[in-house]
Design a binder for this molecule. Structure first.
Ligand code: HEC
Ligand code: HEC
Ligand code: HEC
Ligand code: HEC
Length: 152
């Protein structure tokens, strides 16, 4: 027994280092992990309140329709009937809330239409798509297509 204890120093030292390391880990972990983390899931519950404080970016098209009757009617009668206003015009909540002071820039047609209609083998076959360079010959799309009703 004595002989065992006499030779056990080399075991005790690494064990001590291990225990000290574990203690440091637990202290740091306790200090770094936010309060209530994991209460409902793998996130911090207070983050929900922070996210709620962000102003809404999209107004939702019910609002657009209330003021922009003409564009709404044009769109309803064409193939873009189910493309939301803000899918093309971008998030416009600030404009909808204060249309006097916030006037949206019009979309850049050259980039906009290709974003959805550029030919791509990954798209469903029945989605209308064109090789824009060949199809338009470099002419901007709304020379021939009305954006709100592309067949007009
Ligand atoms: C409370 C009424 C109101 C709401 C809601 C509203 N708008 Fe407007 N919008 C206007 C008015 C008024 C103008 C200025 C019209 C003008 O100058 O001819 C305007 C201008 C615009 C323009 C610029 C027109 C131009 O000629 O430069 C765009 C684009 C537009 N709105 C899109 C939208 C979209 C998309 C929505 C929905 C998210 C929306 N608006 C919601 C009233 C509204
Ligand atoms: C498919 C894309 C697309 C959709 C969907 C769309 N717009 Fe537009 N809109 C455009 C483009 C592109 C222009 C600019 C046309 C130009 O520069 O001549 C425009 C122009 C406008 C203008 C300026 C006046 C005019 O008629 O040119 C208003 C206002 C407007 N859109 C409102 C709306 C509203 C409201 C909706 C939903 C009912 C809507 N848009 C849906 C692409 C779209
Ligand atoms: C956010 C995506 C989106 C954008 C941006 C967009 N479109 Fe479309 N477009 C659609 C959808 C969705 C349809 C309907 C597809 C269907 O009926 O299966 C459509 C239908 C069409 C059609 C009718 C095709 C047919 O014969 O069935 C034409 C033409 C067209 N778009 C041209 C344009 C032009 C020009 C622009 C730019 C001003 C544009 N689109 C921007 C989504 C988009
Ligand atoms: C010189 C006139 C012209 C220009 C510019 C033009 N188109 Fe067309 N486009 C047509 C005609 C004509 C058709 C066939 C009739 C129709 O479907 O309206 C067509 C059809 C389409 C279709 C339907 C294809 C299908 O398979 O059903 C889409 C999508 C389309 N165009 C998108 C665009 C886009 C995106 C641009 C800009 C890059 C553009 N067009 C520019 C004249 C034009």
């Amino acid at each position: 027994m004595n002989r065992f204890l006499r030779d056990s120093g080399h075991l005790a030292r690494p064990a001590l280092v291990l225990v000290a390391g574990l203690a440091v880990f637990l202290v740091v972990r306790g200090a770094v992990i936010p309060k209530n983390f994991g209460k409902y899931g793998h996130y911090r519950p207070a983050a929900l309140d922070l996210i709620r404080q962000h102003p809404a970016a999209f107004a939702g098209q019910d609002q657009c329709l209330a003021c922009h009757d003409e564009q709404a009617k044009t769109r309803a009668s064409g193939k873009h009937a189910h493309v939301a206003c803000e899918a093309c015009h971008g998030p416009q909540a600030p404009h909808a809330a204060d249309f006097v002071n916030v006037k949206p820039a019009l979309p850049d047609v050259a980039a906009l239409c290709a974003r959805c209609h550029e030919n791509d083998a990954a798209k469903p076959k029945n989605f209308p798509q064109v090789v824009t360079a060949e199809h338009s010959g470099g002419v901007v799309c709304n020379t021939c297509h009305q954006p709100h009703n592309p067949h007009l």
